[in-house]
Design a protein around this ligand. Structure first.
Ligand SMILES: Nc1ncnc2c1ncn2[C@@H]1O[C@H](COP(=O)(O)OP(=O)(O)OP(=O)(O)O)[C@@H](O)[C@H]1O
Length: 245
């Protein structure tokens, strides 16, 4: 479904992506994880067609992404960034329905879909009438998710969708996201800093460093057969509160 082949990207002297490849099967969830600046967001933006790589190719459902077709292919994917990435001057509802209205979908179908998605992400209609600044961080992220799912794209890309949330809201949203991904059969790539979140939400973890994927597999596989010492070091560096008790 998503096939990234030897993609590279430099910004001046900075290597954001060393030639990097990753393939994600339809219906799978993959977590990109790694230290700050290792290229996670760049890789996600390349898949989203928002960053043009210096070399390499990205194929979505068998079609290679080009400058000519990127706008059309982008309609097959939902992209969510931290804090929802909502337009501040539009109500939450107008943010969610923007593309559907642009594509001239019928108002009845739009209403039905908004109601359905509101129930899915558990956001009340009263909140949808408000502007983004009048919503909590967790609500903004739910609205961002509604917007990404509005046109039922087969691919969903999430860039730290749960960053900067309190642990209880974060845990609730993790549970909802997992149910949403499983129920809707989407192909998902998600960027996170949190190994627990990656292991909970994704069947496969891709651990990155310095613009390349060091290892891909389940958390268990990464623990049992680390490709290099860094893999074990990265996993052990994730602090859990319980052992300190
Ligand atoms: N538009 C840009 N212009 C210049 N340099 C950039 C740009 N975007 C990213 N970079 C650089 O490319 C490298 C990879 O950045 P990227 O945002 O992909 O990392 P990341 O792993 O997502 O980091 P973080 O976890 O901190 O969000 C970094 O060194 C970053 O400073």
């Amino acid at each position: 479904m998503i096939d990234v082949q030897a993609v590279s990207k430099r910004y001046g002297q900075t290597v954001a992506l060393d030639p990097t490849s990753i393939a994600c099967e339809a219906g799978s969830t993959t977590a990109l994880i790694g230290p700050s600046g290792c290229g996670k967001s760049t890789l996600l933006r390349v898949v989203a067609g928002l960053v043009i790589p210096d070399s390499g190719t990205v194929s979505l459902a068998g079609e290679t992404l080009t400058a000519q077709n990127s706008e059309r292919l982008r309609q097959n994917l939902g992209y969510v960034i931290q804090d929802g990435g909502l337009f501040p001057h539009l109500s939450a509802r107008d943010n969610v329905t923007l593309l559907a209205r642009y594509l001239k979908q019928s108002p009845v179908a739009i209403d039905r879909r908004v109601t359905e998605l509101g129930e899915l992400v558990q956001i009340p209609a009263t909140a949808l009438a408000r502007f983004p600044r009048q919503l909590s961080g967790g609500q903004r992220q739910r609205v961002g998710l509604m917007r990404a799912l509005m046109n039922d794209p087969p691919i969903v890309l999430l860039d730290e969708p749960l960053g900067a949330l309190d642990p209880i809201t974060r845990s609730e949203l993790q549970t909802q996201l997992k149910a949403i991904f499983a129920g809707l059969g989407k192909t998902v790539i998600l960027v996170t800093h949190d190994m627990g979140e990656a292991a909970y939400l994704a069947g496969r973890i891709a651990l990155m460093r310095d613009g390349r994927i060091v290892q891909r597999g389940s958390l268990q596989a990464l623990l049992d057969e680390p490709a290099e010492a860094y893999v074990g070091d990265f996993i052990r560096a994730q602090r859990s509160p319980l052992p300190s008790l």
